[in-house]
Design a protein around this ligand. Structure first.
Ligand code: DAK
Length: 258
């Protein structure tokens, strides 16, 4: 892999988009390598992922403008599909993914962060959807995920004005959950990932599924989905161990992902 670094650290792993010379912009090769990396995650061992960018300046400065500049209509659609397929893979991965946004998250960078389960960022982070200033619409799900995350009014303001926002504003509107000094960002993400990985993995996966899929359903169907996923947990060793530990006033020995 030229542009993706994958490091497994026990029960969690860190994916770093590493194309620092172009501020980690997403070209076709980065997208293809990310796709392969996601396919290769060992889901028996890894219980949480972190996605970040190389360097202290940029998370991902967008889709690669040089590569996009000469696309035909058909090629533009194909590039959009390539990105959307990878972003959906990230979003629907069974395990949680934390975006650790370490700088610019513009266009496709903001969009890939929004495909993660939640976002934390460094105090120099900058978010935005500058596409209309380039003559295009957001093409990797930005119109859809931003509106769902921060509400249609705020999403429309950001997208129509193409104005970037800083970390504190991203926090205020709920686009990120927390802001850290740059050097504390990755340690904080790793601490969160390790904490998530300690919980019962089947239960965590079922929560992700319930929230993601439930948001697309009406409330009657959504609570039915929750009931089913709740019920599934009772076929797991981890449910028996978790509840036995509580009743026996001891710590859980280990959740075994079974
Ligand atoms: N693409 C390609 N190269 C980029 C890049 C990008 N998005 N962003 C930065 N770079 C490159 C710069 O060209 C420069 O390369 P060299 O000139 O050194 O070779 C290097 O990274 C360093 O950048 P700067 O010299 O510009 O650094 P500054 O600190 O001065 O400025 C900046 C940093 C982030 C403010 C600036 O680089 C910038 O404005 N970058 C572009 C940000 C942007 O507009 N991003 C959104 C891209 S549009 C779709 C699919 C996807 C999309 C849309 C449709 N379909 C197919 C439907 C998504 C669109 C986007 O993401």
């Amino acid at each position: 892999m030229e542009y993706i670094v994958y490091e497994q650290k026990g029960q969690y792993a860190v994916i770093t988009i590493s194309r620092e010379k172009a501020l980690n912009a997403l070209n076709s090769q980065v997208l293809a390598e990310l796709d392969q990396t996601l396919d290769a995650v060992n889901l028996d061992e890894v219980r949480c992922l972190i996605l970040t960018g190389a360097g202290a300046k940029s998370f991902v400065a967008g889709a690669d403008i040089g590569e996009m500049s000469n696309l035909t209509k058909a090629e533009g659609e194909a590039f959009g599909k390539k990105g959307n397929d990878v972003f959906r893979k990230l979003e629907t991965l069974p395990i949680p993914v934390i975006a650790a946004v370490n700088g610019f998250a513009l266009g496709g960078g903001c969009e890939i962060a929004m495909s993660c389960d939640f976002r934390i960022c460094s105090d120099n982070a900058v978010f935005g959807q500058p596409e209309v200033g380039l003559g295009i619409t957001p093409g990797f799900g930005g119109t859809q995920r931003l509106a769902r995350l921060v509400g249609p009014g705020m999403a429309k303001q950001m997208i129509f004005t193409a104005r970037n926002i800083k970390a504190d504003e991203a926090y205020r509107i709920g686009l990120v959950n927390a802001v850290y000094p740059q050097e504390e960002l990755l340690p904080a993400a790793e601490k969160m990932a390790a904490g998530i990985a300690k919980n019962a993995p089947i239960a965590v996966r079922n929560c992700k599924k319930a929230i993601n899929e439930g948001l697309d359903l009406d409330m009657d169907k959504a609570v039915e989905l929750e009931e089913k996923l709740f019920g599934d947990c009772f076929e797991s060793y981890d449910q028996r161990e978790g509840m036995a530990a509580f009743l026996e006033k001891r710590k859980v020995e280990a959740f075994l992902n079974k």
